[in-house]
Design a protein around this ligand. Structure first.
Ligand code: SF4
Ligand code: MSK
Length: 665
């Protein structure tokens, strides 16, 4: 067991709870990670379990790699090569990640339709402007029609996206024209979301697609169906129903739990139940019941991406990110851990058994042995939320005497949706990405980075995230974040305007002028679609090329663990963004497959993958990419860092020696 807790987690609150667990002899994911090392064959993607003749293991030989691989000597029983096996495993992980995001989107679409039909009590259309914009993308008539009429048509059209058999997904229309043409040329334009997932599973079945380049092409198609399909739909419909996020102040870390209140943590991904629970937690009858039980009130806190959803729209505080779920229970101060889908550790129920915490599952797709199940239903959402809260309140008297809540909590500002970024830069009448582009052109901001993804118990919790993000902002790169990555930065104090002091001089001056942090929280895992929208808006604003791949931008998931993160990285790459992952890389079992993803994709898509576990080197890779793109755009050739006003912008075509011909496209 690693006695140096600083090597296990960079977060002191987590460290305190881990020490408490170890003193009490409670096993956590951190202990299991030390006892059980990853399978060396599985970690490189060299184990095939696609049929009953396997598993076939084709590990990378320590020597004579190229000779062995090129001769195709590493084969499974059926003759499948190491390349086929590795590419199939990779494609399946991406299909699973895409399926998770997209099944989330399906549930949201169903709730949206019920809302439009007036059958989901408690939900309304909160952002009619966004609804009307979405309607245009779906070709839904909006003039002289009520919001509910439009919403019904939008909901029906959205549902069709999942089962579409031919043609292409509707929201691809949002991507830059050049990118859409490239997808078409490469044969990766996604059709229906479900179709791409099913086809990926079919192609990776024993004895079907046995050409690694073809498999990796389908892996791209299914990932694009996630990014520009499932995830984008989820984000858009959630915003319409629950409100488009705007900057909001809140707090994060285990210190948001309250010693004197009934603590309820809501954990998972889908926002519907969390939204109504946030409403129900204000119910005077329930607060009175909590007081009857000896508490001073009800305290709702979030965890993982459900947390991000209700943080972004309601400012509900966050108790922690992925690796803190067990640690929250170990405080002994959590009456109920309410979960829906994705990233919920089965180990929770074991730990809850050591305390009084009730783990409550709410989704029929995600049952856990040892948990209480109270099923959520859109048609009786408030009723279910109230029932759950009553169970939690009734559990308060069972809280053990020795509950220990670490004091750490940090302020953060969240709520930076694509629309907010637009508004912040120009106000209501001149909302635009133009100022951001101009700051990039002038060199005050060198570029933009999306740092996303999970925690991973194989590396020091939060440490890689925070080091990477500090490096990037220190080099004047504006950082956009989602998921558990955003929470790591928030806990480290990087999501308040004062964090601009850690940024390079150019980025600092922009943050100070706008009053924003140098690290912006864009939301949950599905909200990576907001990053795609922001990148597209930058292209369409002009001056930075004609495609996402022209932008001085890069992506990273330094502590990834989920298959969803791989799907995100893949659609980033397919959208033209250079993307670096840390921890471990799942195709090292095949040099050819890895090379295709790291170099071949660059030629095919103008975006590619890279792997680097060291955060400083990871930042160097991203910065090198950003600088290379700046050079390709002809930036930094002379005039120094200046902010352009309107007159200067008008004169740009004539004064830059033709190096910015694309300014007004
Ligand atoms: Fe082995 Fe081929 Fe079956 Fe995979 S599909 S387990 S390589 S026999
Ligand atoms: S919750 S997918 S651990 S980001 Fe979206 Fe965090 Fe990764 Fe789950």
């Amino acid at each position: 067991m690693n006695d140096d807790i600083n090597e296990v987690t960079a977060d002191s609150a987590s460290g305190e709870m881990l020490a408490r667990a170890r003193t009490a002899g409670i096993d956590t994911i951190f202990d299991r990670a030390e006892r059980m090392k990853p399978c060396p064959i599985g970690v490189e993607g060299s184990c095939c379990r696609m049929c009953g003749m396997g598993p076939c293991r084709v590990p990378l030989p320590k020597s004579a790699l190229e000779t062995t691989e090129e001769k195709g000597q590493r084969r499974g029983l059926c003759g499948a090569t190491a390349e086929t096996i590795t590419a199939r495993n990779f494609a399946r992980m991406i299909a699973a990640g895409s399926a998770a995001h997209s099944d989330h989107a399906r549930k949201v679409t169903e709730a949206f339709l019920l809302t439009a039909e007036g059958k989901a009590a408690g939900f309304t259309i909160k952002d009619e402007t966004k609804l009307r914009t979405l309607a245009l993308d779906f070709g839904v008539e909006t003039s002289n029609r009520s919001a509910t009429e439009i919403a019904q048509d939008v909901g029906q059209k959205a549902l069709i996206e999942f089962g579409r058999q031919k043609g292409e997904l509707s929201l691809l229309v949002r991507a830059p024209q050049k990118r859409r043409e490239l997808w078409c040329t490469q044969g990766v334009t996604p059709r229906g979301i479900d179709r791409e997932v099913v086809e990926t599973l079919h192609r990776t079945h024993m004895g079907v697609d046995q050409d690694y380049e073809s498999l990796l092409r389908q892996a791209m198609r299914v990932a694009l169906a996630d990014g520009w399909g499932g995830s984008m739909l989820a984000t858009e419909l959630q915003d319409v129903m629950f409100g488009t996020p705007a900057p909001i102040l809140s707090e994060i870390n285990l210190g948001v739990l309250r010693a004197d209140m009934v603590n309820v943590i809501i954990h998972g991904h889908e926002p519907q139940l969390a939204e109504v629970m946030a409403t129900a937690a204000q119910d005077p009858t329930l607060i009175a019941y909590a007081k009857e039980q000896g508490a001073s009130g009800l305290n709702l806190a979030g965890m993982c991406c459900t947390a991000n959803e209700i943080l972004m729209r309601r400012g509900v505080p966050i108790a922690g990110n992925f690796l803190q779920q067990e640690l929250a229970v170990i405080t002994g101060a959590v009456e109920a851990m309410v979960v829906d889908v994705q990233c919920i550790m089965q180990g929770l129920t074991d730990i809850a058994g050591c305390f009084h915490t009730k783990v409550i599952t709410t989704d029929p797709r995600a049952r856990i042995q040892g948990a209480i199940h109270i099923e959520y239903d859109d048609t009786r959402a408030l009723e279910v939320a109230q029932e759950i809260l009553r169970v939690a309140i009734g559990n308060y008297p069972n809280r053990p005497a020795g509950a220990l809540i670490p004091p750490e909590k940090t302020a953060l500002i969240a709520g930076f949706s694509h629309e907010t970024l637009n508004y912040l830069q120009g106000g209501m009448f001149r909302a635009s990405y133009q100022p951001l582009n101009e700051n990039i052109i002038s060199g005050r901001i060198r570029g933009v980075a999306g740092v996303v993804g999970c925690n991973n118990a194989r590396v020091t919790h939060d440490s890689i995230h925070v080091q990477l993000v500090k490096e990037l902002i220190g080099h004047d790169v504006l950082v956009l974040q989602t998921g558990c990555a955003a929470m790591a930065s928030a806990k480290a104090g990087l999501m308040v305007p004062e964090a601009a002091a850690l940024a390079g001089p150019g980025l600092r001056s922009v943050c100070e002028a706008l009053g924003i942090p140098p690290v912006l929280h864009l939301g949950s895992c599905v909200d990576n679609a907001r990053i795609l929208m922001a990148a597209t808006a930058m292209v369409k604003s002009g001056g930075l090329g004609s495609d996402i791949s022209d932008l001085p931008a890069a992506g990273a998931a330094p502590e990834w663990m989920s298959e969803k993160a791989l799907a995100i990285g893949q659609y980033f790459a397919g959208s033209g963004i250079f993307t670096v992952f840390g921890v471990s890389w799942p195709t090292t079992g095949s040099r050819l497959v890895t090379e295709h993803l790291f170099k071949g994709y660059e030629k095919l898509y103008g975006g590619s993958w890279a792997f680097e576990s060291n955060p400083v080197k990871m930042a160097e890779l991203m910065l090198a990419r950003i600088e290379a793109k700046r050079q390709a755009l002809g930036l930094d050739q002379g005039s120094g860092r200046v902010l352009y006003d309107m007159d200067m912008r008008r004169g740009l075509d004539g004064c830059c020696g033709g190096r910015r011909k694309d300014m007004h496209v």
